[in-house]
Design a protein around this ligand. Structure first.
Ligand SMILES: NC(=O)c1ccc[n+]([C@@H]2O[C@H](COP(=O)([O-])OP(=O)(O)OC[C@H]3O[C@@H](n4cnc5c(N)ncnc54)[C@H](O)[C@@H]3O)[C@@H](O)[C@H]2O)c1
Length: 252
């Protein structure tokens, strides 16, 4: 097992990509703390990990609130005494033409996606530094952080910010033994992308933008997260790993 004895905190771990990562890390021997805002779905996800023989706890909290973030980190420390791996996964995405994005929508994307990644990343990194045994931090970005998609200027901006935040964290934390990388998924089948996936008229042309001709599955991102969390990526930091069926390399 590649994460045997490791303690992992996964934000937004009760659904979609975060849930798949939690299950994969649990199956690889890690103790898992998952956070989210809905107690019931969190407890359901924890029960599923335990059914597979893993050890997991649920922590309710909002990543945009510093007090909630402090509670997340404290709860994991109280439970297991340390954090080895953080997956900064919680995020939202709403579509809107640039000319119509409201100030409120802009601020929500910044607060949850970008500030949330900063708050959790800083709080966990401080604990990793205190303990002095290094760690691995994975920030969930997107191909939208590398190139622009129409009607998602606010989302694109947060993911571009996460990529540079990842490099900045990696730069300062490398001497302290903490690796920080980003994952940049393309279109993955979750409730975030359900409206497009459930619309055959829109999905058909969209699939032509993906050389592999299909959307990805959450467990395909979980496999990449496992690589970044484990010693298999021990000489990598500050990297933005694209997992997108080739979508990003296609000009037309
Ligand atoms: N699905 C895709 O195609 C895709 C592609 C690229 C990147 N991503 C990124 O992957 C991550 C997960 O997305 P997903 O597709 O699994 O979506 P999802 O909606 O299924 O899951 C998002 C998770 O984040 C949690 N969350 C949202 N706001 C939160 C907050 N304020 N505090 C705490 N938790 C919060 C939700 O409760 C949920 O568990 C996001 O960061 C998203 O931007 C998704």
């Amino acid at each position: 097992m590649r994460l045997s004895g490791k303690i992992a905190l996964i934000t937004g771990g009760s659904a979609g990509i975060g849930k798949a990562i939690a299950a994969r890390f649990g199956a690889e021997g890690a103790c898992i703390a998952i956070t989210g805002r809905d107690k019931e779905t969190l407890e359901q996800a924890v029960a599923e990990i335990k059914e597979q023989g893993g050890d997991a706890i649920a922590i309710c909290g909002d990543v945009q609130r510093a007090a909630d973030v402090a509670n997340m980190v404290r709860t994991v420390q109280d439970q297991w005494g340390t954090i080895d791996v953080l997956v900064n996964n919680a995020g939202i995405c709403r579509t809107s033409p640039f000319l119509d994005i409201s100030e409120e929508d802009w601020e929500q994307h910044m607060a949850i996606n970008l500030k949330g990644t900063f708050l959790v990343g800083q709080a966990v990194a401080r604990e990793m530094v205190k303990r002095g045994q290094g760690g691995s931090i994975i920030n969930m970005s997107s191909v939208n952080g590398l190139a622009a998609e129409a009607d998602q200027a606010h989302y694109n901006a947060t993911k571009g910010g996460i990529n540079l935040l990842t490099m900045s964290m990696a730069l300062e934390l490398a001497p302290l033994g903490i690796r920080v990388n980003a994952l940049c998924p393309g279109m993955i089948e979750t409730r975030l992308t359900k409206p497009l996936i459930d619309n055959p008229v829109a999905l058909g042309p969209y699939l032509h933008t993906i050389p592999m001709g299909r959307v990805g599955q959450p467990d395909e991102i979980a496999d990449a997260a496992l690589f970044l969390a484990s010693g298999d990526s021990r000489y990598m930091t500050g990297h933005c790993l694209v997992v997108d069926g080739g979508q990003f390399i296609k000009l037309s």
